[in-house]
Design a protein around this ligand. Structure first.
Ligand SMILES: *[C@@H]1O[C@H](CO)[C@@H](O)[C@H](O)[C@H]1NC(C)=O
Ligand SMILES: *[C@@H]1O[C@H](CO)[C@@H](O)[C@H](O)[C@H]1NC(C)=O
Ligand SMILES: [Ca+2]
Ligand SMILES: [Ca+2]
Length: 393
């Protein structure tokens, strides 16, 4: 026992001397590699103990556009990554894996960015990336739109100029376009099948488009995984949920009805899930401040600020046949009275709460913004920006 302890102290001494040599040497890189090999050799021959030189493959922040993963230099080279610095007390390399158009990846945390990013991209042939699972225990791909600026849809909300299409997964993903910076979507892998992300950008339309997407592979047992089929997933007791391409300004295009177009996207039908946090039993939704934060159906230009964003502009139930949000079994917050319907649309939103579990909100839009038998065309809709607040038990 005593001899073993002495041995351990000697090894510790050796390691600290080497670390000291490392820090004073300018040719860090080479020595570091030697150190790595030395310890690997020693580790195998002597003690597993010497694997003290190992380090966790954690995130390493570097530039503000792409973070890396802390890896050994050799591993980074094998993955086709770019070394941007050191990490783990200089024992590891911060490795950024970034891919462009027409590539394939099976590396966790790959960035997929537009040609020349962050400079604007003029457009061209469809740009796609094929994502394979990094191992058999991966169930889901989290797609972070860190920066995502594409051309707006046409006036009816159809993505005809630019479009992101995501196929191959087990989650139905709507075609999206416009401004989606900050949005995150979750796509389940369908067994071992690859997920393809394809971005079409019409060069004939001059537009300063760009994108930078982070592709995070989530293990089936990962605490950050979204419940099956939830396209979006929020965590935290409070948060903001924006519809795709939500934004303050109107679309400059006209709809087929020859009125000001919409930036609300067409053909949506998806679920947004919110994790019920510990100690919370219900959830409340309210529209964020501003006149246009809930403009889902109706004529925005024909309404003034006595209607926009108010109870007067709010519509529900049978008035919502084309574009609407579904909240199960809601109650009006101000009165505590049951709403009696789960569909909401119109130009304003009255705060409601719901104790139905799981916490989920559905978004439905039809294929255009044209007139129906009951109503004139929708004009200049923006979609919605809702704040949610969980309510303690
Ligand atoms: C990089 O990591 C930091 C810290 O974890 C995080 O706040 C930031 O959002 C990440 N940036 C990117 C581009 O992933
Ligand atoms: C991928 O990386 C993320 C964060 O960097 C991590 O949470 C996740 O577990 C990793 N996935 C796998 C399969 O290791
Ligand atoms: Ca609409
Ligand atoms: Ca519509």
């Amino acid at each position: 026992m005593f001899r073993k302890l002495i041995g351990v102290y000697i090894i510790l001494g050796l390691v600290s001397v080497s670390v000291f040599t490392l820090t004073i040497n300018n040719e860090l890189d080479e020595l570091d590699e030697d150190m790595e090999e030395y310890s690997e050799r020693k580790g195998k021959i002597l003690f597993p103990f010497v694997s003290i030189v190992r380090f966790a493959n954690t995130d390493c922040a570097n530039t503000n556009v792409m973070n890396g993963t802390c890896l050994a230099r050799r591993e980074c080279n094998n993955l086709g990554g770019t070394i941007t610095g050191t990490c783990a007390n200089r024992r590891g390399r911060c490795c950024v894996v970034s891919r462009g158009c027409g590539t394939t990846t099976n590396v966790n945390n790959t960035y997929f960015s537009s040609p020349g990013y962050p400079a604007a991209f003029g457009g061209g042939a469809a740009c796609s990336i094929i994502v394979n699972r990094c191992n058999n225990n991966v169930c889901q791909l989290r797609i972070d739109f860190l920066d995502m600026v594409l051309a707006q849809p046409n006036g009816d909300g159809n993505c005809v100029t630019d479009a992101i299409t995501i196929t191959g997964g087990n989650t139905v993903v709507p075609v999206i376009c416009g401004d989606n910076t900050g949005q995150t979507i979750y796509v389940d892998f369908n067994g071992n099948a690859a997920i393809t992300i394809s971005i079409a950008a019409t060069p004939a339309t001059a537009f300063r488009r760009r994108w930078n997407i982070r592709l995070v592979q989530l293990g089936c047992d990962c605490p950050g995984i979204a419940p099956n089929g939830c396209l979006q997933y929020y965590r935290g007791a409070t948060g903001t949920i924006n519809s795709f391409n939500y934004g303050g300004t109107a679309n400059t295009g006209l709809s087929a009805s020859l009125v000001t177009g919409t930036r609300q996207l067409a053909n949506l039908n998806y679920g947004i899930c919110i994790r019920m946090e510990a100690g919370f039993c219900a959830i409340q939704y309210a529209q964020n401040g501003g006149l246009f934060t809930f403009t889902v159906s109706g004529d925005v230009e024909g309404a003034d600020n006595t209607v926009l964003g108010t109870a007067v502009g709010a519509a529900n139930d049978g008035a919502c046949t084309t574009d609407f949000v579904v909240i199960p079994n809601p109650t009006v917050v101000a009165t505590g009275v049951a709403v009696g319907t789960d569909r909401f649309c119109g130009l304003g939103f009255v705060p409601v709460s719901s104790a139905a579990k799981p916490f989920v909100l559905y978004v439905v839009t039809n294929g255009d913004e044209g007139a129906t038998i009951n109503s004139p065309p929708d004009v200049a809709n923006r979609g919605f920006s809702l704040a949610y607040t969980q309510i303690a038990c």
